[in-house]
Ligand binder design. Structure first.
Ligand code: ADP
Ligand code: MG
Length: 735
């Protein structure tokens, strides 16, 4: 906080300025021009090394508590300071008794008017009542079973009470209020109280008081890391002020100012990370591919005609590949829009240029499926295609590794196994990752590092609105396949509850009798009492014994061994399994055109984009398909989400709604980009700040891409600290 002779009445203003800043101020009718010369308590600056100290250095945190904090992801002082409240309870306003409304949580200042009355309602239930008064009326404070309160109050004393109001038939009550002596500064009343997200046995009170101790530890001495010019331009409060007011806001405005700054900085850092990756890769020398004259002929021999969107995207890719710089391109396209063929054609170009191409996918099932379809696609070409997954027998693997290294295979399809250390390529020219939200920036980079700046193509199955994509994939160029192949039938979607189960089962029987196949997806593998979810294992047993004794029911889940999974999938593909019960492992990419029914148990437990992905497994052949969502929740949000699934098949719209209803959370978690998680920003409601943060990041990188200027020193320190282990900071920041 800056020192100022003009008193503390407008402290909030000084809080957000820095030493040596000049400001104009009008007060008591006079105009002042002030230069802030020094600040209080800044003699001992808090360094990053102080922030990374173990949480146990905070007063009140012993070994046992430290472990509880660890459980919620708090290891250091810094983790604690950036553990933001999920909500607040506004106990700052004191209302007159006459003003209180039924149902509200509020403070009243009341003078005790009666002795405590005890009323035994029945065994085990006693009610304690106290009549309170102010100059506008009376209200009864009511507690249940709190005998220890009997001798707490004396008639004539005044307290602040905070609790829920019940106001019926002109009788006002405040239920189970907490209270404090009215002449002291409130600890629990008369202020805004933070509510923290909790999972373990830490209580709100413990977190609140440890947070206070944390602030005592750092004082107001954190170094400001946002450059002054940026803070000024975007009207962002100072870091100490922001942190203090996000945890313990004095006023609602204070909170808003704090939040604005913290949201901005979070998005700003994300942008700087992404843009730095981009500028770094743009400065690199890339492999220059020449035009491939056979491409057109190859395309004309495909069993279908490419859509306009596919053709456009392929020509965008061709241009990239011929530029002599490494391509970094993202293909966004809804489920079923035909991203695979675009990837395959890019790999074709690569191989025809004499280089190896690799395709990395998140699951073995998907790898296997791509392997089969690539073999089909390229059967008349002189190309060696191989598959590399974790379950390949050792002997075979050794030979494979050698073939890859010596350049005897051209196309390598695989899972994470591709990025193992032992895998070396002869001349890797193109890296494609499918369903990229499963891979982080780092894994992509690791694969790319196995070649000399190869081209990178990323395919995502979670399409997001373009404006957002431009920002979130700041490290990539974006192509969009915004068109489905012709003749696709819309999947009919129905939301049902338990009462329709019999009808759903007979519908399944009918479809199977017509030769079709069915997926039934449930959220968990083993019975979990906590969630009361349908367990796949239990469900399969029941279905086999009671419901479909004459049909073949298979079970697929993540805990099966890879060869078991493969066997089940093979039997489903060839049609010998009629009904496949599965956890979400079939979500990505699996292609069985004969499957026409997708039943999803506990659909309310899934994200919308995930439901859309699952639904994308059907509607792939010539038969009409049906998606049936069992919704067991009565909540309004759940119903609204189900309705969206029923109304639209457009993945872009669905992801936008998903974002709106659920918040970014898991949707754009670390898995998405591999950069630090978003803790406070909401990509839907903060889109305006997101744009400003992007603008600020672009400008900063233009001016000083290596963060060498003196005024960016602290920022650079902070970025390195934030991004270490996430991306290769050494390359970006040239350290
Ligand atoms: P996704 O974009 O979800 O990965 P795929 O690449 O798996 O979609 O394509 C879905 C299906 O559509 C595949 O069976 C594929 O062969 C087929 N397909 C792709 N492009 C076309 C097209 N232009 N015309 C007809 N079918 C196509
Ligand atoms: Mg796909």
């Amino acid at each position: 906080m800056a020192q100022c002779d003009l008193g503390t009445a407008r402290r909030g203003i000084y809080d957000s300025i820095q030493p040596d800043e000049t400001m104009h101020l009008c007060t008591h009718g006079c105009r002042y021009k002030l230069t802030v010369k020094h600040s209080i308590g800044r003699d001992e600056v808090v360094e990053i090394s102080d922030l990374t100290k173990d949480i146990s250095c905070i007063k009140g945190v012993g070994e046992k508590r430290a472990r509880l904090f660890n459980k919620i992801g708090i290891y250091t002082v810094e983790d604690m300071l950036y553990y933001f409240p999920r909500d607040y309870e506004d106990r700052s306003k004191i209302k007159k008794i006459i003003e209180v409304l039924d149902g509200e949580m509020v403070c009243v200042r009341g003078t005790v008017f009666s002795h405590m009355a005890e009323q035994k309602v029945r065994k085990g239930l006693s009610i304690y009542k106290l009549i309170l008064k102010d100059d506008t009326g009376t209200i009864t404070a009511t507690w249940y079973n709190q005998k220890y309160l009997s001798n707490t109050f004396s008639v004539g004393e005044t307290y602040i009470f905070y609790g829920k109001i019940s106001a019926k038939y002109r009788k006002k009550e405040i239920i189970n209020p907490i209270f404090e002596n009215s002449d002291r500064i409130g600890k629990y009343t008369q202020k805004i109280i933070p509510i923290y997200p909790l999972t373990s046995s830490l209580t709100q009170k413990v977190i609140q008081s440890i947070m206070e101790n944390c602030f005592a530890f750092v004082g107001s001495n954190l170094k400001e890391y946002l450059p002054h010019a940026i803070r000024k331009k975007y009207n962002l409060s100072e870091i100490n002020y922001a942190l203090k007011n996000i945890h313990f806001p004095d006023t609602h405005e204070g909170f808003l100012k704090a939040r604005r700054r913290l949201v901005f900085e979070e998005l700003f850092f994300l942008q700087l990370g992404l843009l730095s990756i981009r500028t770094t890769s743009e400065a690199l020398e890339g492999i220059k591919f020449g035009p491939v004259k056979e491409l057109e002929g190859f395309i004309s021999k495909l069993p279908f005609q490419l859509t306009e969107a596919q053709t456009r995207v392929i020509s965008e890719i061709e241009k990239d590949l011929e530029r002599g710089k490494p391509m970094s391109r993202l293909i966004q396209g809804d489920v079923g829009s035909g991203k695979t063929i675009v990837a395959a054609l890019s790999m074709y170009i690569c191989v025809k240029n004499g280089y190896q191409a690799a395709l990395m996918v998140p699951t073995e099932i998907l790898a296997e499926q791509h392997f089969q379809s690539f073999r089909n696609l390229f059967q008349n070409e002189e190309m060696n295609i191989c598959i590399l997954t974790g379950s390949i027998p050792k002997k075979q693997k050794i030979k494979l590794i050698d073939d890859i290294k010596e350049g005897r295979v051209n196309i390598i399809i695989g899972t994470h196994a591709l990025i193992q250390e032992e895998i070396e390529f002869f001349n890797l020219g193109l890296v494609v990752t499918d369903e990229q939200h499963r891979f982080g920036v780092k894994q992509r980079a690791t694969l790319a590092s196995k070649g000399k700046n190869p081209h990178i193509l990323v395919m995502t199955a979670t399409p997001i609105p373009r404006t957002l994509a431009l920002i979130l994939y700041g490290d990539l160029d974006i192509s969009i396949i915004d068109q489905l192949p012709p003749g696709r039938k819309k999947v009919n979607t129905y939301v049902v509850d338990e009462s329709k189960r019999e009808r759903v089962y007979s519908f399944i029987k009918k479809q199977v009798a017509e030769g079709r196949q069915v997926y039934i997806v449930c959220p968990l593998v083993e019975e979990s009492e906590a969630f009361e979810m349908q367990s796949a294992v239990e469900l399969v047993r029941r279905l086999k014994e009671d419901v479909f004794p004459n049909l073949s029911v298979g079970l697929m889940h993540g805990k099966l061994k890879p060869n078991e999974k493969e066997e089940i999938m093979r039997r489903f593909v060839e049609g010998s399994i009629n009904i496949l019960v599965s956890t979400t492992v079939i979500e990505v990419g699996v292609n069985v055109p004969n499957a026409t029914v997708m039943v999803i148990e506990n659909a309310e437990r899934f994200g919308l984009s995930q439901l859309h992905q699952l639904r994308g497994r059907i509607g792939r052949g010539q038969h009409q398909s049906y998606c049936i969502l069992f919704n067991t929740s009565n909540s309004k949000v759940a119903r609204e989400r189900m309705k969206i699934m029923q109304e639209t098949n457009d993945g872009f719209k669905i992801s936008e709604k998903d974002l709106e209803l659920r918040g970014p959370g898991e949707f754009f978690g670390t898995r998405q980009h591999g950069l630090p998680d978003l803790k406070i920003a909401n990509l839907f409601s903060d889109i305006h700040l997101l744009k400003l943060a992007q603008e600020a990041a672009i400008n900063l990188i233009k001016q000083d891409s290596k963060f060498e200027k003196e005024e960016h020193k602290t920022l650079k320190e902070k970025l390195i600290h934030l991004f270490k282990e996430k991306i290769d900071v050494a390359i970006i920041f040239k350290i």
